[in-house]
Design a binder for this molecule. Structure first.
Ligand code: NAD
Length: 433
């Protein structure tokens, strides 16, 4: 079944008249339980998987009435609080790719949130686009996202969504029309707005910590290569110039964004490169730090041997194509890699507590930029990098070990409540409602 294409799988669901289904982890029996016997082979796949399945507490799915869109909520671990992470609307060739993506991303959010000291668990929403329809069509999107909101309402709050790749602010407003279990709603509806500037600021703090650990002083006078001059790249360049860096080299595939930074930083020591899509040569510049701020998987066997910088620290998600293989290669080359989920946390931090209202200079956000709070980007980066050096293991592995431990701490007030929510959904036969 996992080898089927999404279209084949959806046909199967329709034939069996399955509109909702789930897979939950039974901690007593130590096994994944499926809502429908017809879907047991997927539960078996999860039970036997050693790569991406990590005792995820619950995976919930619904098929939309119109457009045949499969919508999912992947809840990984909720000891620290409700599962939190964005919703992705993406194309997948096979059901296995879909499940693996959701599992991996949800686990990633558990670790990101825990290392950020947030009282949130980790989860991710993933929807499979039906390629028969135009994804940009507003009517379709309004339907898909409002249905997703209603879907989240049925899950009683064990997963709280946010914005992610392929989802925009207008889409978030549609989700909000169907549920209160969402963040990242538009500012005019009481949301926290675009997190890119705080994200860029978090990257700067990660760079400062890495320089300190490497005995390289401060950002003043350094040369930095930035891959991607988008929502994060542009404010990052600004913060770096404010910190007194000597020179910045930036590459982007989009001429508009290159033009924008040339205009904004006119007169400053900025070198721009308008490049082709697969050109990663910006990573090979003779600089102190490279900052991947474009797409994922740019750190791989074809790029790592050519990197001359001593530090890699950027905002892009999943920079290592293969976290184990490439993390080890970077480490063996003596390059200090600051795990992406450590430095780009401000995206989720900025929206995580938006339902508690807004205050100027919010300490719950500003704490992350300090140098003394134990969960700040600076402190956490120092801790991870030092521990990695002491123990002789790559920083991403160290960060995962630390995050795993933190993620098992129960919320100080709510305890492990979302697990109870999941148990209640199963008891109430959620799949039949
Ligand atoms: P964006 O789309 O605004 O910017 C990405 C930029 O990279 C664009 O200018 C694009 O033209 C450019 N680009 C794409 N492919 C490229 C390539 N091969 N080489 C060079 N440039 C290329 O996205 P963003 O919001 O700035 O986010 C950048 C990265 O950081 C993404 O991976 C995103 O998932 C991650 N991230 C962003 C935030 C946030 O707050 N925006 C938070 C966490 C993580």
């Amino acid at each position: 079944m996992i080898n089927q294409t999404p279209a084949q799988f959806i046909e199967f669901l329709k034939k069996e008249n399955i509109k909702r289904f789930y897979f939950v982890y039974n901690t007593k029996k130590k096994t994944v339980v499926s809502s429908h016997s017809q879907l047991q082979s997927i539960a078996d796949f999860l039970n036997n998987d050693k790569r991406d399945f990590n005792k995820h507490e619950g995976l919930f799915f619904q098929l939309t009435e119109k457009y045949d869109i499969l919508q999912g909520a992947f809840v990984h671990r909720t000891n620290r609080g409700q599962a939190s992470g964005g919703v992705r609307y993406w194309n997948y060739d096979l059901m296995e790719d879909y499940f693996r993506d959701g599992l991996r991303l949800a686990n990633g959010m558990t670790y990101k949130n825990a290392l950020a000291g947030l009282w949130w668990g980790g989860g991710k929403g993933v929807m499979i686009h039906n390629s028969k329809f135009d994804k940009k069509n507003r009517e379709l999107r309004d339907y898909v996202y409002s249905q997703y909101g209603l879907f989240l309402s049925t899950l009683n709050g064990c997963y709280v969504t946010a914005e992610d790749v392929g989802t925009n602010v207008e889409d978030m407003a549609k989700i909000f029309s169907g549920t209160r279990f969402t963040t990242c709603i538009p500012g005019k509806l009481g949301g926290s707005g675009n997190p890119s500037v705080p994200t860029a600021k978090g990257v700067v703090k990660g760079m400062e910590a890495a320089l300190k650990v490497n005995n390289m002083g401060t950002l003043k006078g350094k040369t930095i290569a930035v891959q991607g001059a988008g929502n994060v790249g542009e404010p990052l360049i600004n913060f770096l110039f404010e910190k007194g860096v000597f020179k910045i080299i930036v590459a982007d595939i989009n001429p508009d964004n290159i033009y924008k930074v040339e205009k904004r930083f006119n007169g400053q020591n900025l070198e721009t490169h308008l490049i082709e899509k697969n050109d990663n040569s910006i990573l090979f510049e003779n600089v102190d730090i490279v900052a991947p701020c474009a797409v994922g998987a740019t750190l791989n066997p074809s790029t790592i041997p050519n990197i001359k910088a001593k530090i890699i620290c950027g905002a892009a998600n999943n920079q290592l194509e293969d976290s184990e293989r490439d993390g080890l290669d970077v480490f063996k080359r003596g390059i200090l890699y600051v795990p992406d989920f450590l430095t780009n946390r401000m995206g989720i931090v900025n929206c995580a507590n938006e339902q508690y209202g807004f205050v100027n200079n919010d300490s719950l956000i500003e704490n992350h930029f300090t140098e003394d709070w134990k969960f700040s980007v600076y402190q956490m980066t120092m801790q991870v990098l030092k521990k990695s050096q002491e123990e002789g293991i790559p920083p991403a592995v160290t960060a995962n070990i630390m995050a795993d431990k933190l993620s098992l701490e129960n919320h100080p007030i709510m305890g492990h409540r979302s697990q109870k929510v999941i148990d209640s959904l199963v008891e109430n036969k959620w799949e039949l409602a």
